[in-house]
Design a protein. Structure first.
Lengths: 491, 848
């Protein structure tokens, strides 16, 4: 990875003073050892008019991989991902920030005994970094650097000119120009390069907050993107590390298929709900479900596809629900649910009402038998249509609770979502979205096959033309079929 | 009171020793039973309280005792309880425990004089201070108990009076009546007959029986319901009774025999469901053979509810039996065997609703039964119902065992109108019936024929469950997943990490001479299941909707998002199988193929963009600037020569890396540009082809390729090498060099004989060893891996775990194919496939 800093000189202020400010002699090439490889500093140009310092970090990719190996077989959190084929040796990532701190420590602090007056004053600076990984692209690069007084040239790098269809890479060729104190410029880079980076480099140390406060002193508090900078710099690290640890097995399965972990590990939404503010649809849905469960007189409830446990949490708030079993196929979602519900800190009486287990609705499951009601809220649409009969049998044929609530998006309503492009499903993992007619037809057939009656309840504003955003089917077992699949032990 | 007294004890039972303290129970138990068979209350007291005599700990001690006894009985082990058991309440709990596990409770009473007990206690230091009244009280309780033991539920009661009888007693183990494991057949198991004498004779004839005996010594096994409804129940009885008496048949009772037996004993029964007809026929029979009725009564009386046969591999009973009841003896076992499991309800025809026990069945033994008329027989979870409703005008069916072959004859007419139409939702119906979670989750051990027991850890099963449930193709079409493959040992040759020498040497060391080097295609692994038509897919794999197979990835995910594209690929494959004449040649209507699908960019485009092309883009962006800067610095006289030289090398490596991945990428349009290179036919109807030698395999596949006019199918280049011949090895190496220098990924070296064990037979030989090209490995180990400093470190890669994983996964793959070939139920195939997927999530260096 590579970075150049150029300044120009004027009468009495030679450009080569940059050497004093950086504490690196312009006539020498110097090597510094960092944790990830050697950092070289040299000057391609060094005249009174113009002086360029170059920092070249020779990242050792093998060492990078092996650093994480100490924790046992498999090693670093992202060991399943192709770390040998890694952009770290080339792109200016968080590693470059580490190198900046190691090599230009005094300059970062603004200390220069030889030229203290120059260190305290703005210089004409041009900083070039040929490959900056930028999550958020050139636009974000501008949003981050322009408010600090930089003139920003940010040009996306094509992935592969032989395959134009692949489009642009996540790298940006960056040039910053401005009148800036050198220490301020370096601090900007120190904080903002990791923020732009896709955060594949995990470091978590307790003094990270202090470092940010120190490095951001004087510019970060007033920065319009302060929240984004702080949260990306700090908050994501813990959760990323945890997330990476939790999904190791899945990541390996993804890799076996030459695909990315994100492709199959999408059961937990990292982003917060983006639905309308006043009364989000998710809340309306939960309330509609709770109302139906109360009407049905259910005490023991299954939340099938409980995800991160929002409905489980709501059920626990009502003591009439004496037993809640949350089932999800994603162990990561269940871990997230347990954390959100604070299961480990819940009192015994409360926690005895709830259990979270991994399960799959494409298999029959004896643990699901004998409950009063089951909720499948926004679940069916996450299953490929050919697998739906398996779910049908597992729930209506095998588990057979007296009441089953199924909610699913009403695709007709999608035209009312302003943010949803035409023809798009609401969630990337939705395998299908049904019209009211399609849902009704499926539900009625299911009910007929398994001895249930079914009625339909709109959830959310019921649009006269396209119906409600969410449709709910309420299945009730018809009298006489209650014990059809219950085990009877002869006396 | 002299001489030996034998005490018969059933080999699976709960033996309760009854006697006061000091009566010699422990000594008796030691003498007659294995130490592990005996659970003593004193020992359990010690376990929970550190004091064998702490009476205060009795409650907990008995909990432990019951728990251990329960575990032993569940596992089918004879268990002896060494506690005083003089109180009725304590015995009641034990009888209940025996019943819970469907074993016989047996009482052995040691009735020893009070004085003897007191003296024995006095001589033991830990009991010396036991008050005399304790023994006296126990003696009183024992006295009261003696007469009521049988009423309490003990099926055998042995009372030993006095020390002499105790000394002289001899315990003799008796086998259970239902345990006929020593009989290995071969058997012909015959379904419900219901008085259809003529059809029975036809069926017996078709099976090869001559006058009730088989010339090859086969044994007929009748699943019961010989009588009622049909025209000639006495004729059927006469035939079956004769065969059983002659030893050429076994018979278990059906519910109809049970009812007839009660009637014959003079009990009040309703003359419904065809009993009236039987009674009428028997009354006619009385005129000719007055003794017959009594013989029938005795015959029915002697029938055993079910039999465990053929070393435990086969269980025959009338109405089906869950595994926990196999070989057990209790009222409810008999009841289940006779009537099956009913839900207590009746359906709209007034018939009892049956619980589909077979759906839950996971046992190893095949259960063959009848009782529920079904339109046609089919195996479900290793169970099969042979009642095809002969008396209702259906068929009479027999199963040849161990051949698992169905032999049937049609009914001559409808002898009796059924109360309801022959239902298809009987346990045989397989429409959409899903697998059970208990088949796959948690820590599991899968028995494999080729590699023993393969364990799956819980966290790996959890990951597999998520992928299997959310992303995989329908499990009914997921018959196999390809195992991982180990690379060759690390080469020490200059500039190489992998080299064919190591692969050849490895096979030579394993005693494998002839190996086939196969070109390794660089795309994505694909498994294709192709059926002759949608009907075959429906009949053999139970799928509907016009689907004719599947094309899935290494983790079971569909290759193409659009099912129509999958069908197009299958259509082309099918056409070439047809043109090559392989359907008939292999006697099959479907084929399972292992293949590589190209280009790599088709499936891996996400990864390519995010990782491979990204590295190319970043390096491409950074090096021109770096080199220019260094050249300027050098021109100024700065000493950067070494650094510049190194950066030029790195820049060239990065360019080679970009070239390397580009070779495996090209754009496709629909199926244009898509290539499929099959390299193994894994299975066809009724057989696994995993052991077919690879030259034969490729010969079949060459014919597929030759018969594909569309250009989809691509051949696999190959070279036969003898690992013991230096010339040949050198030729193999040259071939590899040419292949890889022209941009090939490398090759896979396979034993020609495919499925090979080491010479000592102790373990499987690796089914293949991959040997990847020098340039290709840049994609794996990074652009600069060939630099000497990196290569030195990369050479210390550990292959042990990868090799072990490769063998375990190989064994699971073979197991899945074997189970598929044997027509085993879906859950058995799925178990192996699922375990293989789970193993794929084990931590192993992903670069190997």
């Amino acid at each position: 990875m590579f970075l150049t800093i150029t300044t120009t000189g004027s009468g009495g202020m030679p450009a080569t003073d940059l050497g004093f400010l950086l504490h690196k002699h312009p006539e020498k090439a110097q090597v510094f050892s960092t944790s990830y490889g050697d950092a070289h500093v040299f000057y391609p140009v060094a005249s009174e008019q113009r002086c360029t310092a170059a920092l070249l970090l020779e990242v050792d990719p093998v060492a990078l991989v092996r650093r994480g190996k100490a924790k046992g077989r498999g090693g670093a959190p992202d060991s399943a991902l192709g770390q040998y084929v890694n952009d770290r040796p080339y792109a200016a990532s968080s590693l470059l920030a580490v190198a900046l701190r190691t090599v230009f420590a005094s300059a970062l602090r603004g200390v220069c005994d030889a030229r203290p007056e120059r260190a305290a004053q703005p210089l004409p600076l041009r900083i070039e970094i040929p490959a900056v990984p930028a999550r958020g692209g050139a636009a974000l690069v501008r949003r981050l650097f322009e408010p600090l007084g930089w003139t920003v040239e940010a040009e996306p790098v094509a992935l592969d000119e032989q395959f134009p269809a692949w489009g642009e890479s996540r790298y940006v060729r960056l040039a910053l120009e401005g009148e800036m104190r050198l220490s301020a410029a370096l601090r900007h880079l120190y904080v903002l390069l990791p923020v732009l980076d896709d955060a594949k480099h995990y470091w978590v140390s307790p003094d990270e907050v202090d470092k940010l406060l120190r490095m951001g002193d004087g510019w970060l508090p007033a920065h319009p993107e302060q929240r984004l900078i702080t949260s990306r710099y700090l908050a994501r690290r813990w959760s990323l590390t945890r997330q990476a640890m939790e999904r190791l097995e899945l990541a390996r399965l993804a890799e076996a298929d030459d695909s990315e972990a994100e492709e199959i590990d999408n059961a937990v939404d990292e982003e917060v709900d983006t639905e309308e503010k006043p009364l989000p649809l998710a809340v309306q849905r939960r309330e509609a479900i709770l109302a139906e469960l109360r009407d049905a007189g259910a005490n023991r409830v299954l939340d099938l596809g409980c995800g991160q446990g929002q409905l489980v949490g709501a059920l626990l708030k009502d003591v009439r629900f004496t037993e809640v079993l949350g089932v999800d196929v994603s162990s990561r979602a269940l871990g997230e649910a347990a954390r959100r519900l604070r299961l480990d800190r819940m009192g015994e009486r409360q926690s005895s009402r709830v259990r979270l287990v991994q399960g799959s609705l494409t298999y029959t499951d004896a643990r699901l038998k004998g409950y009063d009601a089951a909720v499948l809220s926004e679940v069916v649409e996450h299953l490929d249509l050919p697998r739906l009969p398996a779910l049908e049998y597992a729930v209506f044929g095998s588990a057979r609770p007296a009441t089953v609530l199924v909610t699913t998006p009403n695709v007709e309503y999608n035209v009312r979502w302003e943010t949803l492009p035409a023809g798009h499903v609401r969630h990337a993992d939705h395998r299908f979205e049904w019209t009211r007619e399609e849902f009704r037809s499926w539900a009625e057939q299911v009910a007929g096959r398994h001895g249930y009656g079914v009625r339909f309840v709109p959830v959310g504003p019921d649009d006269p033309e396209v119906g409600p955003p969410t449709q709910m089917a309420v299945f009730t077992m018809t009298a006489g079929s209650t014990t059809t699949a219950k085990e009877v032990t002869p006396a | 009171m002299t001489g030996k007294r034998t005490l018969p004890v059933t080999d699976l039972s709960l033996v309760v020793l009854i006697g006061t303290t000091g009566s010699g129970k422990s000594t008796f138990a030691r003498r007659h039973f294995k130490p592990t068979e005996v659970i003593s209350s004193d020992f359990c007291r010690g376990l929970v309280s550190d004091d064998e005599n702490d009476q205060g700990a009795s409650g907990d001690a008995f909990d432990v005792l019951h728990y251990i006894a329960g575990k032993r009985l569940a596992a089918g082990r004879l268990t002896v309880i060494d506690a005083t058991s003089v109180q009725q309440e304590s015995r009641r709990q034990l009888v209940r425990l025996a019943r819970e596990h469907d074993v016989l409770p047996i009482a052995i009473v040691l009735d020893v004089p009070e004085q003897v007990c007191i003296e024995r206690n006095a001589s033991r230091p830990d009991r010396a201070h036991l008050p005399r009244h304790v023994v006296q009280r126990q003696q009183r309780e024992l006295r009261r108990s003696l007469r009521q033991l049988e009423r309490e539920g003990f099926r055998k009661v042995h009372i030993l009076r006095g020390t002499e009888e105790v000394e002289a007693a001899e315990v003799v183990l008796e086998r259970r009546y239902n345990d006929k494991r020593e009989l290995t057949g071969p058997f012909d198991i015959i379904g419900d007959i219901h008085g259809c004498s003529s059809e029975l004779e036809t069926l017996l004839g078709k099976l090869g029986y001559v006058d009730g005996a088989h010339p090859e010594g086969r044994t007929a096994v009748f699943v019961g319901d010989l009588v009622d409804r049909g025209p000639d129940s006495p004729g059927v009885l006469r035939r079956v009774m004769g065969m059983v008496a002659a030893g050429s048949a076994l018979c278990v009772p059906g519910n109809h025999e049970n009812k007839l037996g009660r009637w014959l004993k003079g009990k009040q029964v309703q003359h419904t469901h065809g009993l009236a007809e039987t009674i009428e026929q028997l009354e006619k029979e009385d005129e000719q053979d007055p003794a017959f009725r009594e013989q029938v009564r005795e015959f029915i009386d002697g029938l055993v509810s079910h039999y465990v046969l053929d070393g435990g591999r086969l269980v025959v009973c009338h109405a089906g039996l869950p595994e926990k009841y196999h070989g057990r003896t209790s009222g409810r076992v008999r009841s289940h065997a006779l009537y099956g499991d009913t839900t207590g309800e009746t359906d709209e025809f007034g018939l009892p609703v049956r619980y589909p026990w077979a759906e839950d069945y996971r046992g190893r033994a095949a259960v063959v039964y009848g009782h529920t008329p079904v339109p046609s027989t089919s195996w479900i979870n290793n169970t099969i119902c042979l009642d095809t409703g002969a008396v209702f005008g259906g068929r009479m069916t027999a199963l040849r065992w161990p051949e698992r072959e169905i032999v049937d004859v049609p009914a001559e007419r409808v002898w009796y109108e059924p109360a309801k139409p022959l239902a298809s939702e009987a346990p045989g119906g397989h429409d959409g019936r899903p697998l059970d979670l208990a088949d796959v989750t948690g820590r599991r051990v899968v028995e494999t024929a080729h590699h023993g027991r393969v364990a799956v850890r819980e966290e790996n099963a959890a990951a597999a469950l998520e992928v299997m449930s959310r992303f995989a193709v329908d499990p009914r079409l997921l018959m196999y997943l390809p195992p991982t493959m180990s690379p060759c040992a690390t080469s020490q040759l200059d500039g190489y990490l992998e080299h064919p020498h190591e692969a050849f040497a490895a096979y030579r060391a394993d005693g494998v001479g002839q190996v086939l080097c196969e070109e390794k295609h660089m795309g994505s692994r694909a498994v294709a299941l192709v059926c002759r038509d949608a009907q075959t897919a429906g009949e053999r794999f139970g799928v509907t909707g016009g689907v004719t197979g599947a094309l899935h990835t290494r983790t079971g995910r569909p290759f193409f998002d659009d099912p129509a594209v999958t069908e197009q690929v299958l259509e082309r494959l099918r056409a070439s199988v047809t043109a090559a004449g392989l359907w008939d040649e292999l006697g099959t209507d479907w084929l399972l193929l292992d293949a590589e699908l190209m280009p790599w960019s088709l499936k891996a485009s996400g990864l390519l963009r995010k990782q491979y092309a990204a590295v190319g883009a970043a390096s491409g962006a950074v090096f021109p600037g770096v080199l220019a800067a260094l050249e300027s610095a050098a021109a100024r006289g700065t000493d950067v020569a070494g650094l510049l030289e190194r950066q030029r090398g790195r820049s060239a490596d990065a360019a080679s890396f970009t070239e390397a991945y580009r070779r495996y990428c090209w754009t496709t349009e629909g199926l244009d540009g898509v290539r499929l290179a099959p390299f193994q036919i894994l299975a066809a109807q009724g057989r696994s082809l995993a052991a077919l030698p690879h030259d034969g395999q490729l010969a079949l596949i060459d014919r597929l390729v030759a018969n594909d006019p569309t250009g989809l199918l691509q051949e696999t280049r190959r070279l036969l090498v003898d690992t013991r011949d230096e010339e040949s090895v050198a030729a193999g190496t040259r071939w590899w060099l040419e292949l890889t220098e022209a941009g090939g990924e490398g090759m896979v070296v396979k034993p020609l004989q495919a499925l090979v064990r080491t010479e000592d037979g102790n373990r499987l030989v690796q089914p293949g060893i991959k040997c990847r090209g020098r340039e290709y490995l840049r994609i794996i180990y990074g652009p600069e891996y060939t630099r000497p400093d990196q290569l030195v470190r990369l050479r210390s890669r550990a292959l042990g775990h990868k090799r072990s994983l490769a063998l375990r996964e190989y064994a699971l793959g073979l197991e899945a194919l074997d189970r598929l070939a044997a027509g085993e139920p879906l859950w058995r195939v799925h178990e192996a496939v699922f375990a293989l997927l789970a193993l794929e999530s084990e931590p192993v260096d992903p670069r190997l």
